[in-house]
Design a protein around this ligand. Structure first.
Ligand SMILES: [Zn+2]
Length: 213
């Protein structure tokens, strides 16, 4: 069945009221985080098993921890239902809302036109919203900025590294500083992005320029 709720179209079998409520809530959570005024037309395909997830996501391989994906060019999210998360992955059905918010974040990030090549920021922001905003987890670990590579390619590590980075930035600086940075560097070359990133780390911190130096 297909259920349309304003700008959200949801496709799946026997979609429960509770799931619908979660989808609307997480959509609003992410929209508010981005302080976005415009609505985003999103289609969500809820899959009940691995075959459906493989078919609709277009992923070649559905790993043990794969729960879904965002197809950013189409504003489509393909993901497991809460029940299917529990049946097909080591995760719990309670993880549904965080995972959903994570995928919605990718769509808002793309809507803003922020660079996809900053995978560590993209995944970090999605992971930050998933864990800190939605699941209210506290992270006190600081990112290792000495070995940090902003332009690193996709790897399993970038979720954690990105999460620590975004958490650190938002604690130290205003969230708006991060968005200003992403807005400003949209069309920058790599070297210019790195210079601007250093400015973000140094100057925009709430306490001003590094006090210890
Ligand atoms: Zn992601």
């Amino acid at each position: 069945m297909i259920i349309v709720k304003e700008n959200l179209s949801i496709f799946g079998e026997n979609i429960e009221e509770e799931i619908l409520k979660q989808i609307c809530t997480q959509y609003l959570t992410v929209k508010e985080f981005f302080e976005e005024k415009e609505e985003l037309q999103i289609r969500i395909i809820l899959c009940s098993n691995k075959e459906e997830l493989k078919f609709f996501s277009g992923l070649d391989e559905i790993g043990e921890s794969t729960t879904g994906r965002a197809i950013i060019s189409e504003n489509i999210i393909v993901m497991y239902t809460p029940k299917a998360i529990e049946e097909n992955t080591p995760k719990k059905k309670e993880n549904f809302r965080g995972i959903l918010a994570h995928e919605i974040t990718h769509l808002f990030y793309n809507k803003r036109g922020y660079p996809q090549k900053l995978q560590v920021i993209n995944e970090g922001l999605a992971s930050y919203i998933q864990w800190v905003v939605v699941n209210k987890k506290e992270f006190n670990e600081e990112p290792d900025l000495n070995n940090f590579n902003l332009l690193q390619e996709y790897s399993r590590n970038i979720y954690k590294e990105g999460l620590y980075l975004i958490n650190y930035l938002i604690k130290k600086a205003e969230k708006s500083a991060l968005f200003e940075f992403l807005e400003k560097i949209k069309y920058f070359k790599d070297q210019e992005i790195l210079m601007e990133f250093n400015k973000l780390l140094d100057i925009k911190l709430k306490g001003g320029i590094n006090q210890d130096d």
